[in-house]
Write a protein that binds this ligand. Structure first.
Ligand SMILES: *Cc1c(COP(=O)(O)O)cnc(C)c1O
Length: 356
């Protein structure tokens, strides 16, 4: 069997969820969209089922998969519904929906439902992706509130730059939200992971942590609150071949890497088809049998190469951690042209093995 695999520590996931909830000071929807950021949504949701206040996914397809797997907790659709035809299904499966656009308000007005649907009404407070314009928000709120088939209404918005701790933008978005929606009745939800960790002033009744649940910091710099997170995924494989090369020898496609000195190269069964970043630079950290090492040469589809010169004890069969307990995912990101979010979501082909 190919030795590449991703170990998923569900106890760490629960630890991170508890931390997120504690930081938020209220309730928290565990964001498990995109297959729980590559960690397996069904297993992750099942592991959190007893303590999560609810879950958030991108769309109804992701929500129905959770319902079919027996997840009974509330589930919020972050992109809302795409078509008025979906509304009856949302009610039948007891889903909550974001409403972010005027056409969705109209669709709800036109579509009577057998049971009240809970709505999270989203304000565009400055991210300019989805959300109602500040000028339209209160009118939409009043119109939905008047509908007998709308149940609880939560006011929400989303931050564009909460990971930039020195930016004034998050405070400006917060002020916009307060000015537009502050005096409307009902609960609020603002914080994603960087806001939970870095902007306590944004705390409201509901938080929506995603990335931090998986134990990865949203910040590029060291951060005290983020240091308490525990990595959930360990991506690992083994050395499957070793080459002793003289100075001046190329390694891999395109000869992008040429040895500067006699070098012992280890070939690891892990490549970009597994989700390892294709453009991770030479020098990207790995752990080889528990000791710090680094990439040497270009990542290919199924294999990558590491420098074993300073690891004389290592050889065929040595365990290589690409990220996880020893190598922070953020350290890999710092050497690759990617983000922590995409790093995790990209993981595929490798079997996911759960513990905890
Ligand atoms: C994905 C998403 C989140 C979670 O964001 P993280 O930065 O991963 O914590 C929260 N809210 C909305 C609307 C999202 O789309």
């Amino acid at each position: 069997m190919r030795p590449a695999r991703a170990l998923i520590d569900l106890e760490a996931l629960r630890h991170n969820y508890r931390l997120a909830r504690r930081l938020g000071g209220g309730r928290a929807l565990a964001v498990v969209k995109a297959d729980a950021y590559g960690h397996g949504a069904l297993r992750c949701a099942a592991a959190l089922q007893d303590e999560a206040d609810g879950f958030a996914v991108a769309c109804i397809e992701e929500a129905l998969a959770l319902r079919e797997a027996g997840i009974a907790r509330p589930i919020l659709l972050l992109e809302g519904f795409f078509d008025a035809d979906e509304l009856a299904l949302l009610v039948r499966h007891d889903l909550w929906t974001v409403v972010h656009a005027p056409w969705q308000v109209e669709a709800l007005e036109r579509t009577p439902l057998s049971r009240p649907l809970d709505v999270w009404l989203k304000l565009d407070s400055g991210m300019h992706r989805v959300g109602l314009d500040p000028a339209d928000y209160r009118d939409a709120w009043q119109r939905l509130r008047a509908l007998p088939h709308v149940g609880a209404m939560v006011k929400m918005s989303h931050f564009a730059r909460a990971d930039e701790l020195d930016s004034t933008r998050t405070a400006e978005q917060l002020a916009c939200f307060e000015a537009v929606a502050g005096d409307l009745p009902g609960e609020s939800s603002l914080s994603n992971s960087p806001a939970l960790l870095g902007w306590p002033s944004a705390c409201a009744e509901w938080a929506r942590p995603g990335l931090m649940l998986y134990g990865v910091s949203p910040f590029t710099q060291a951060h005290e609150a983020a240091a308490a997170l525990r990595p959930v995924m360990t991506l690992e494989s083994r050395v499957i071949a070793v080459r002793d090369l003289a100075a001046g020898e190329p390694v891999g496609y395109g000869a992008r890497f040429v040895t500067q000195a006699p070098t012992r190269i280890g070939v690891v069964a892990m490549g970009y088809a597994d989700g390892y970043p294709q453009f991770a630079a030479a020098g990207t950290p790995v752990a080889i049998d528990g000791r710090t090492g680094c990439l040497a040469g270009r990542v290919s589809m199924d294999m990558l190469t590491v420098d074993l010169t300073d690891h004389p004890q290592a050889g065929i069969g040595s365990r290589v951690e690409l990220w996880g307990a020893q190598v922070p995912a953020t350290a890999v990101v710092a050497h690759s042209q990617t983000s922590s979010y995409r790093l995790l979501c990209a993981v595929k082909r490798v079997p996911l093995q759960y513990r905890g």
